[in-house]
Design a protein around this ligand. Structure first.
Ligand code: ARG
Length: 571
């Protein structure tokens, strides 16, 4: 089936002004309803034709032969706007949804691979509330890239190496932790977290503990078997809890390749840096100078020979390129690490790897919570400590459960549904604004069923599903009489549905899940208007209206899924 864009491009090309490809590139979908369904900006041609864009648009309007399905064109201020005939739009959009189902609006494969490094927490610590951001932005981006035609490799670059492990080992042994297999198997991340805090406390009074920890890490690096055993146990305990939370959140990875994996790949990186004459000594450290890019030196190796975070990221980048031949590699990591990624990318540039240009840091802002005095602060709860993600999820679930118990106590699987609504609410709150903005978190606005929230968009989906359930039959496309889907509410809804592909592409190109979060709100609002304007079941046009409800449900279900929200059917 030829798209509107293609037939518009062909019609414009026939006038001899723009080329077809130019039109396809320039055509946009205006946000304002009054500006039609497609808009062609004529500014690009002004120079070539030596005419004002306004004149070009006006001339085009008189010369163009309207393609099928376009009811009129209108020149406004250098733009030529195209208006689609309502019933034609309905046929075209709903037929495509019928054909493609949940994949409607997805792009076909582009044979490109994107790597998305996200969540990537440190071993030995519990996930904190702020880890939600990388986890959910990365999760959504991985779904969006896939829908936009990419092969996606989701990587969890676990922080499972470094002096932190020296601290844990020292503390574990100092507190007389058991070395029995069984006891090590029972270790929990909660206990590890406590070891960390006691280390910080005790080392304030006994600064020599820091040296002990460094020595312990060196011993670990050298392969000491007891230390390796403890390290594995710490990692296993942390992963157990991580997996529990990821599975609850519906998040998965293709690879868990932690920093430790690169230990034996580092000598080769150091050799290469030396060979390329990039490694220099600076105050006992091996560094790569980056002053030609106005950046501080990138630290590669400490005086005791141990390597650093950046060294491991360099090794990881080289490994990823070789292993996956990516055309893009994204690091979904908070804004605070901007300098680190700039340095790593520029070292790759100095190593003459052209593909350093395909590496992208995808930064995001912080989660702010309100203090007792009403001030918005980073990473602190009212009690003054950072909150754990599992506690926040649990609290969200409990609040939603209370609500369900009031409204619909008979609901089946209500615990599970409450968890899914709770997590989706947290996720939506995180994704609804552009990712660089800080997220102001407060329970009432995140969990509300009104306004720009997760529960609101999920509820719209539930309502569509409930109409479908009540109908107890599936409307068929053959039963649709297209002329009955041309009233304002139906037309507006169909127009919203028609934008799915555009929005996926835009979200992907800008690495902004917020585009789809805003789109989910638009669908929910247009669907509510359609349902409220006139009944669906029992109306004279029941089959046609029900068909539109079904199509909307399919689009919304997939958009929720692309955001990483649970498209629940009943609440
Ligand atoms: N583990 C790091 C942290 O918690 C984030 C790692 C991000 N990914 C990377 N390749 N550096 O801060």
């Amino acid at each position: 089936m030829i798209s509107f864009e293609q037939s518009i491009a062909a019609a414009v090309a026939k006038t001899g002004t723009f080329l077809e490809e130019e039109v396809l590139q320039l055509l946009t979908v205006p946000q304002e309803t009054t500006h039609g369904n497609f808009s062609l900006p004529c500014f690009a041609l002004a120079k070539k034709l030596r005419k004002a864009p306004k004149i070009i648009a006006e001339t085009l309007a008189t010369e163009i032969e309207l393609p099928q399905g376009i009811s009129k064109v209108e020149p406004i201020n250098g733009y030529l706007n195209f208006f689609i005939e309502r019933s034609f739009l309905a046929t075209s959009v709903l037929t495509q949804i019928e054909e493609k189902g949940l994949n409607y609006g997805h792009a076909s494969s582009n044979n490109k691979t994107v790597i998305i490094d996200f969540s990537s927490p440190n071993i030995g610590k519990e996930l904190a509330f702020h880890h939600l951001r990388s986890t959910m932005i990365g999760n959504s981006l991985s779904r969006i890239y896939k829908a936009n035609g990419y092969r996606v490799e989701r990587i969890n670059h676990l922080g499972d190496w470094g002096t932190a492990f020296g601290k844990l080992i020292v503390m574990y042994l100092r507190e007389g932790g058991s070395l029995e297999e069984e006891a090590l198997d029972q270790l929990t991340v909660k206990e590890l977290n406590l070891l960390y805090s006691s280390f910080s406390k005790i080392s304030k009074e006994n600064p020599e503990l820091e040296n002990e920890a460094r020595a312990a890490f060196t011993k670990l690096e050298e392969g000491d078997s007891l230390y390796r055993k403890l390290w594995s146990a710490f990692k296993k305990a942390t992963l157990k809890e991580l997996m529990r939370i990821y599975s609850m959140m519906g998040v998965s990875f293709d690879h868990y390749i932690g920093e430790s994996f690169f230990e034996d790949k580092i000598p080769a990186v150091l050799d290469e840096l030396r060979e390329k004459k990039l490694l220099v000594k600076s105050q006992e450290l091996d560094v790569v100078m980056l002053n030609d890019f106005d950046l501080p030196p990138c630290l590669i190796r400490k005086s005791d020979g141990s390597t650093l975070y950046a060294t491991r990221d360099l090794a990881a980048a080289l490994y990823r390129k070789k292993e996956f031949q990516f055309s893009k590699c994204l690091y979904v990591v908070d804004l605070g690490q901007s300098l680190h990624f700039k340095q790593v990318f520029h070292v790759l540039k100095k190593m003459d790897y052209e593909w350093y240009q395909d590496m992208y840091h995808i930064p995001f802002g912080v989660i702010l919570q309100q203090t007792e005095e009403g001030k918005w602060e980073k990473g602190k709860t009212r009690s003054g400590t950072a909150s754990l993600l599992r506690d926040v999820i649990e609290a969200a679930k409990e609040k939603i459960l209370t609500f369900i118990n009031e409204k619909n106590p008979e609901l089946e699987n209500k615990e599970e549904i409450a968890t899914q609504i709770g997590i989706s609410a947290l996720t939506f709150n995180d994704l609804k604004n552009r990712r660089l903005m800080d997220v102001k978190f407060d329970w009432d606005s995140a969990l509300s069923f009104d306004g720009a929230t997760g529960p609101y968009v999920q509820n719209a989906h539930v309502r569509l599903c409930s109409i479908m359930r009540k109908a107890a039959y599936t409307a068929k496309i053959e039963d649709v009489s297209w002329d009955t889907l041309t009233d304002d509410a139906a037309y507006e809804l169909i127009k919203v549905l028609s934008r799915k592909g555009n929005n996926i592409a835009k979200a992907c190109e800008t690495d902004e899940p917020s585009t789809l979060a805003q789109y989910a709100l638009e669908i929910a609002e247009a669907a509510h208007r359609f349902i409220h304007q006139d009944r669906v079941l029992g109306s004279a046009e029941e089959k046609s209206r029900l068909y539109l409800v079904q199509a909307t449900q399919i689009v919304l279900e997939n958009v929720l899924d692309l955001l990483g929200l649970f498209p629940i059917r009943q609440m």
